[in-house]
Design a protein around this ligand. Sequence first.
Ligand code: GLA
Length: 383
Amino acid sequence: MNRKTRIFLPVIACCLLFCAPAPAQNNLALTPPMGWNSWNHFAERIDDKTVRAQADALVSSGLKDAGYVYVNIDDTWEGQRDASGIIHPNEKFPDMKTLADYVHGKGLKLGIYSSPAAKTCAGYEGSLGHEEQDAQTYAQWGIDYLKYDWCQPTGSLEEMKTAYTKMHEALKKTGRPIVLSLCEYGWHKVWEWGPAVGGNLWRTTGDISDQYRVMAEIGFNQNGLEKFASPGHWNDPDMLEVGNGGMNEDEYRTHMSLWAMLAAPLIAGNDLTKMTPYTVEMLTNREVIAVDQDRLGKQGFRVAQEGPFEVWMKPMADGSKVVGLFNRQRTIESITVDFSQIGIKGQALVRELWLKKDLGTYTSNFSAYVPAHGVVLVRIKER
Ligand code: GLA
């Protein structure tokens, strides 16, 4: 090896690991993952029986047919390690493999949760020092998705990259395709290095809660991150709160529209066994889901703002533009999108996605009255 090669090889190796945009891990998550997670509604009150009931409801409610396939168990499933270090679930989950078989039998996939720390955020057993063993255990159980949650008050960029790479490698070694969901609250601009450490998605924020103020702050703050999203690699502004009861219908419609425009993972966080018709309709509107799942994989962004009125646009694979007119104030207001703001010339067809209704042909601009804290979501196609 000559001197130059000796100097540059480590640099190249390092770059391959940390700088180069990695291809989608095992071709997974080519569109944003869709499913359900236990945390937002059940937190620690989750067990085998509840997960089965949620899987049943995912199918019977029509959510599965609309694309929701991951059934993700969040924190508090973990029990103790045995003498050889193998992790076992606690008494709430008698047999993870049987549960995975049950979920798979319904055409769904099973997700699980851990942390690179010694303890998870809720104080249960983490994966520190057992990464390979845990990955093997998950693969033996038939796990399809891992949310790997930092759960430490701080951490340097290098520590995070090392920890996430370790689990990515461990998962890869199992040979089982497992989606890797990074959760470190957006620290150290995770969107810049998430793909290089094997992440299919990465949380960009702290925890969501079931309040308009929190949801709106998280959602609208995603503007600017659009260049980091692509098939296999998604910004994750946290799970959905739709149906949990803390927001009104217009606010939940804003939540769902914004997440779809952001090409965010659509992970329902409500009790699927107790849904009102409007919750089901909101979670399963095919035209809104198609915005999220568009194969182009472009994340939407803000094109105009006037105080509490925001206009967002998401480019779609068929050349159309999805536009969200968002009203963040407490009274109804008319909002306009100028076609020049979204790169459309002349006449265009406008379709309302929540009403699933063609509104007709418009020239130069489109205006609509938008309810308080609400949205009008349209798909605009140049004629
Ligand atoms: C953190 C995560 C949440 C949830 C809890 C579980 O707060 O951000 O999404 O997973 O931990 O303890």
